[in-house]
Write a new protein. Sequence first.
Length: 86
Amino acid sequence: MSGLLVVRLDAGGGENWRECADMLYAARPLALPEARSLTSLVLERYPGCGLVCVPGEDGGWVLGTRSRLTVVALPTGPPDVPRPLR
């Protein structure tokens, strides 16, 4: 098998998929402290995962890596303006 396995954390896909994932992401936005905490917990729980992405309530993202790098990407533009997902 080639490529990356990307799995949604807060979906009912099953624990087996999360254990095999290269990247895990959440769809439900969290406050910054909770997003950072979840990122750390996920990296501890799933040692095969190299990247965790959690959306912030403000429209930004918290990204955590296996190398213990945590990046907080701040939103651009006013928070009440819908931003398309790409």
